[in-house]
Design a protein around this ligand. Structure first.
Ligand SMILES: [Zn+2]
Ligand SMILES: [Zn+2]
Length: 273
């Protein structure tokens, strides 16, 4: 068997992750879907090119919610190359009213119903509601030929719905937004600290770590930590927190499980799911 026949046909690539912009590629090596366009169209094209892809390779854009760090590049990209946009109806309404997205062509909009599976490019997709203060905020679960991925970003609290999605996935992109101590001691005004740590804000390292360790099974291939805060977290702190939880609970991650934080601006290249 050669190297390439061992690799999964289902790939993920993070183009950017964090409050400065989020954009992920999910699909096959030659064509796929974007999840969020929170970076400029120019950046998207550059990152696609790095993977030998162009906008022609993108068959759909799924949006998690209408916050600017997830949609800032959408309008320019769509003007240049119209691509169907899938999102919750509340999120689509948010896009119509949003400063950076109000000129999007609504004929490109496709409403999705949370927990109602649909298919794009033979990938089974399910959106699920998450607790966050963006409009129509959802996460996404993907299944392509039995290879599974859950994206769980921008979540104030891990409720039963999110946990169930992660439990049925081999590959997970989960938010690790802030280190509690850094947020508490940091410069943010009180109301912002309350928002971030509240039930409709973001996930802390600790919340992420506790849950991942409790849900861990050796079938987990990739655990990717996303949306790290620039001011209230570091990749080292996130990883340290997760490894500490593994140690505390006496759980040893399998050698075939890869755990890593997603870089803020750099592309990860293809991750084989
Ligand atoms: Zn958000
Ligand atoms: Zn965000």
């Amino acid at each position: 068997m050669d190297l390439f026949s061992c690799l999964s046909p289902f790939v993920f690539c993070s183009f950017a992750s964090g409050s400065s912009g989020n954009c992920y590629y999910v699909g096959r090596q030659e064509e796929g879907i974007l999840v969020d366009v929170g970076i400029s169209a120019k950046q998207v094209k550059m990152k696609l090119l790095q993977q030998d892809l162009t906008l022609n390779s993108i068959k759909a854009i799924l949006v998690t919610h209408d916050h600017i760090d997830h949609v800032s590049g959408l309008e320019v990209l769509e003007k240049e190359h119209p691509i169907p946009i899938y999102a919750h109806s509340d999120c689509l309404q948010g896009l119509v009213e949003g400063k950076a997205t109000k000129n999007l062509d609504p004929s490109l909009f496709h409403e999705i119903d949370p927990l109602q599976p649909f298919n794009l490019m033979s990938i089974a997709i399910e959106a699920y509601p998450v607790m966050h203060d963006g409009r129509g905020a959802v996460g996404y679960h993907f299944n392509y030929e039995g290879h599974t991925l859950t994206i769980a970003t921008d979540i104030g609290m891990l409720d039963k719905v999110v946990k169930e999605q992660i439990l049925r996935s081999e590959n997970i992109v989960i938010e690790a937004n802030y280190d509690s101590e850094m947020l508490e001691k940091g410069k943010y005004p009180y109301h912002l600290k309350q928002r971030i740590s509240g039930p409709f804000g973001h996930l802390s390292n600790e919340e992420m770590a506790r849950f991942i360790v409790s849900a861990y099974h050796p079938g987990m291939k990739n655990i990717m930590l996303c949306h790290l805060s620039e001011n209230n977290n570091t990749p080292q702190r996130t990883m340290q927190c997760l490894h500490e939880q593994f140690r505390k609970r006496r759980v040893r991650p399998d050698v075939n499980t890869t755990i890593f934080p997603l870089p803020r601006h750099k592309s990860t290249g293809f991750v084989y799911l």
